[in-house]
Design a protein around this ligand. Sequence first.
Ligand code: HEC
Ligand code: HEC
Ligand code: HEC
Ligand code: HEC
Ligand code: HEC
Length: 160
Amino acid sequence: MRRSPLVAALVIALTGAACANPAPPRQPIPFSHRIHAGVNKIGCQMCHAYAAHSPVAGIPSMARCFGCHKFVARDNKYVQLVVQTYLKGKVLAWNRVYRVPDHVFFTHERHIAAGLRCQTCHGEVEAMDVVRQASPLTMGWCVDCHRQRKAPTDCLTCHK
Ligand code: HEC
Ligand code: HEC
Ligand code: HEC
Ligand code: HEC
Ligand code: HEC
């Protein structure tokens, strides 16, 4: 059923825009950014290694987890699961939190080169036990920032 735009605007006004973002998806094991990027200050690009050089930021491989967890926190039951999964040659299937539709072209590389911080679009991830969507990912969200920062706003920038 489609809500009228007026009702939709009222719902957003009454509940706060943040509530319009979807609930985070289930993950195969609890993975905490607060513990990794916050408490232990592991840099974002240590795990999301492609962000500065490609369209995608990249999700770390099981080998990357094992690189630390062959030593670190081996008594934790989830770490044991991570290590076993890696040694069996299997992967944990992480579910996506952020996604734009297929007809939209987005690239990390250009945004990182322009000096934007990860947190500008993804929120204070280092404080989150569970990553949740912190930006609406609407066309208006993209275009507003492009206008403010004098980045291109012609349709073909984002729609190929
Ligand atoms: C650069 C090193 C490093 C990498 C890479 C790394 N971790 Fe960790 N991880 C840590 C440290 C440090 C802790 C905290 C250990 C402690 O507090 O005893 C931790 C803790 C954990 C915990 C236990 C959290 C808790 O509740 O105490 C889990 C589960 C975990 N990591 C999973 C992963 C997974 C999955 C990956 C790969 C996607 C990964 N880690 C990659 C360093 C790393
Ligand atoms: C130790 C490795 C590690 C570090 C450090 C790390 N991440 Fe992650 N990140 C992951 C893993 C594993 C996932 C997939 C599981 C999840 O969504 O929680 C993920 C997921 C994400 C997602 C959601 C991706 C999607 O759409 O599914 C974002 C956004 C993100 N990380 C941003 C950051 C930022 C920003 C930092 C630095 C403040 C950071 N990460 C540091 C391992 C890491
Ligand atoms: C200008 C906004 C913006 C900035 C800055 C940004 N991201 Fe993203 N990120 C997005 C959008 C939009 C998506 C969804 C892209 C898609 O569906 O193709 C995304 C997706 C992701 C994903 C999941 C898919 C993937 O690319 O692997 C991860 C992980 C991620 N971002 C991490 C980061 C990290 C780490 C940084 C900083 C180094 C960062 N992002 C900076 C907007 C941003
Ligand atoms: C917080 C600000 C901000 C947000 C949000 C943002 N962008 Fe950008 N975008 C920029 C800046 C700054 C540049 C760099 C322009 C440059 O290199 O001169 C850029 C560049 C780009 C480029 C490369 C343009 C080219 O010249 O080829 C694409 C594609 C793009 N953005 C798509 C998107 C999409 C799609 C979204 C939303 C999902 C988005 N952006 C959200 C600030 C933003
Ligand atoms: C900076 C990036 C950006 C630019 C520039 C941009 N778009 Fe979009 N557009 C998006 C994103 C992201 C979405 C998907 C999210 C949404 O539907 O709001 C989208 C969605 C759309 C849709 C689908 C809406 C729907 O209901 O499914 C149409 C049609 C569209 N754009 C047309 C245009 C036209 C025409 C222009 C030029 C005047 C343009 N866009 C410029 C990012 C952009």
